[in-house]
Ligand binder design. Structure first.
Ligand SMILES: Nc1ncnc2c1ncn2[C@@H]1O[C@H](COP(=O)(O)OP(=O)(O)OP(=O)(O)O)[C@@H](O)[C@H]1O
Ligand SMILES: [Mg+2]
Length: 365
C-alpha cells in the first residue's frame, strides 16, 4: 500500500498538526466533533459549497475533510471592496443554509464564530475572492450579527497607523453589511457587537495565560495578542462612525415607519427566482397574524419556497430580507388604528395586494 504523504498546513494558531493528504485535510478533532460533523453534513445537504465536506475520521482519530484549493491568508491586511463583498455574501450563504435548522436550536442561525480572513479560502485565480469558510471549531447557534461584527472588524477595521483612514474603513463596513444584506435592526446592534467581540478576544487570549504549559504559543505572543485586541477595541470605541456607517441613510425598519411599503425596487432579491409563479393572495388572516404577532417587530413578507411556492408569511424583521417585506406591523397600526375591526381590515386588503403584485412583477417572477 502506498504511503500517503502528509504535507503540513501552516497558518493556523490553535490546532497543531493540520496536514494535507492528497485531496483531504487531516485535523485533530475539535472540542465538539459531532456538532461540526453534523453541521458540515447539513451544509452539504443544503447545497452550500462554501465549506469543506466532513469525510469521517482516519485511523489516527483525526477529522478527514475535503481539501479546498485556493489561498488562505495567514495575516490580516486590507482588502479590495470586491473581496469584502464576497466575504459578506459567503457568510450570508452559511447563515441562510442553517436558518431555522435543528442545529440552530432556539437561535436564528448557526454562526461560524471565527469568520476572519485566516479562516477563509480565497480563489487563487481572478480577483482572489473568498470562496469558502474553514475551521468550524467555534461554530455554534447564535445571532448573525455576532459573525458579521467579527468579519467587519477583521476585514475592514484596524487600529494600525499604516491602514486606510477611518472614512475608508467605514465605507468598507458598509460594503460588507450591504453585500450580506444585513437588516436594519442588526445594523443598529453592530457597533456593540464589534466592541463585545474585541473585548471577548482580549479575554480569550488572557485565559490562555492561565492554562498549563505548553500553551498554543509563547507568553510574549499571547500578551501581544491581548494588547492588540485592546488597541482594536479602543480604536473602534473612539471611531463610532465606522461601525455606525451601515445605519447611515439606511431606510430604517420599525418601530415607526410611515411608508406603506418598505420595498425599494433597487433592493432586488439577490437570488430572486426566475420561474413563473402566481402572486400569493393577501387575506384577512395574514393581517390579523401580523397585528397579533408576539415578535418584537413583526413583518408580513414574501417567502420563496425551494421550487414553486411563493407565500406570504409573518415573521420578525431581522430574520428576513428587508427587500422581501410587504408590510410592517408599525405601518399597519398607523394606517388601521390600534384594534381594527374586520371591515377596516377587509377594506385594506386590496392596497396590500397591490403591493404584493408590484413586488412580484418588479422581480419578473
Ligand atoms: N479544508 C481545508 N482546505 C484547505 N486548506 C485548509 C483546510 N483546512 C485547513 N486548511 C489550512 O490549514 C491551516 C490551518 O487550519 P485551521 O484554520 O483549521 O487551524 P487553526 O489553528 O484551528 O486556525 P485558527 O488559528 O484560526 O484557530 C489554514 O490556515 C489553511 O491554510
Ligand atoms: Mg483557522
Amino acid at each position: 500500500m502506498a504511503v500517503e504523504t502528509e504535507v503540513p498546513l501552516t497558518g493556523g494558531r490553535i490546532t497543531p498538526g493540520v496536514v494535507r493528504v492528497g485531496d483531504t485535510v487531516r485535523r485533530a478533532v475539535t472540542a465538539a466533533p459531532s456538532f461540526v460533523a453534523q453541521l458540515l453534513g447539513h451544509l452539504q445537504e443544503q447545497g452550500f459549497t462554501g465549506a469543506p465536506r466532513h469525510l469521517g475520521t482516519d485511523r489516527a482519530g483525526r477529522d478527514v475533510l475535503t481539501y479546498l484549493p485556493g489561498w488562505v491568508p495567514p495575516r490580516f491586511r486590507t482588502w479590495a471592496d470586491c473581496q469584502v463583498a464576497a466575504a459578506g455574501a459567503l457568510l450570508r450563504g452559511l447563515h441562510d443554509a442553517t436558518r431555522g435548522s435543528l442545529l440552530a436550536g432556539d437561535h436564528p442561525v448557526v454562526c461560524h464564530g471565527d469568520p476572519g480572513p485566516n479562516n477563509i479560502v480565497f480563489s487563487s485565480e481572478g480577483d482572489a475572492v473568498p470562496v469558502a469558510l474553514i475551521d468550524f471549531d467555534t461554530a455554534a447557534p447564535g445571532d448573525p450579527v455576532t459573525d458579521i461584527a467579527y468579519m467587519a472588524w477583521t476585514f475592514c477595521v484596524s487600529s494600525k497607523p499604516t491602514t486606510p483612514p477611518t472614512a475608508v474603513q467605514a465605507a468598507q463596513v458598509r460594503v460588507l453589511t450591504d453585500a450580506y444584506g444585513l437588516d436594519a435592526a442588526s445594523r443598529t446592534h453592530l457597533p456593540d457587537a464589534m466592541l463585545e467581540r474585541q473585548a471577548h478576544n482580549a479575554r480569550c487570549w488572557s485565559s490562555h495565560l492561565d492554562r498549563p504549559r505548553p500553551r498554543v504559543t509563547d507568553d510574549h505572543q499571547i500578551t501581544e495578542r491581548i494588547r492588540w485586541s485592546e488597541r482594536e477595541h479602543a480604536h473602534t470605541a473612539a471611531n463610532h462612525h465606522v461601525s455606525r456607517q451601515p445605519c447611515a441613510d439606511y431606510d430604517d425598519l420599525p418601530p415607526r415607519s410611515h411608508k406603506l411599503l418598505n420595498y425599494q425596487p433597487e433592493e432586488r432579491h439577490p437570488m430572486g427566482p426566475t420561474i413563473d409563479r402566481p402572486a400569493p393572495q393577501v387575506t384577512a388572516t395574514h393581517l390579523r397574524t401580523l397585528l397579533d404577532s408576539s415578535a418584537e417587530h413583526p413583518v408580513l413578507y414574501i417567502s420563496y419556497g425551494e421550487d414553486s411556492e411563493v407565500e406570504l408569511d409573518v415573521w420578525a424583521a431581522g430574520l428576513v430580507h428587508q427587500a422581501d417585506i410587504v408590510l410592517t406591523r408599525a405601518t399597519a397600526l398607523d394606517l388601521l388604528g390600534e384594534e381594527p375591526d374586520s371591515e377596516t381590515i377587509t377594506a385594506f386588503l386590496p392596497t396590500v395586494q397591490q403591493a404584493v403584485d408590484e413586488m412580484i412583477s418588479v422581480r419578473g417572477l
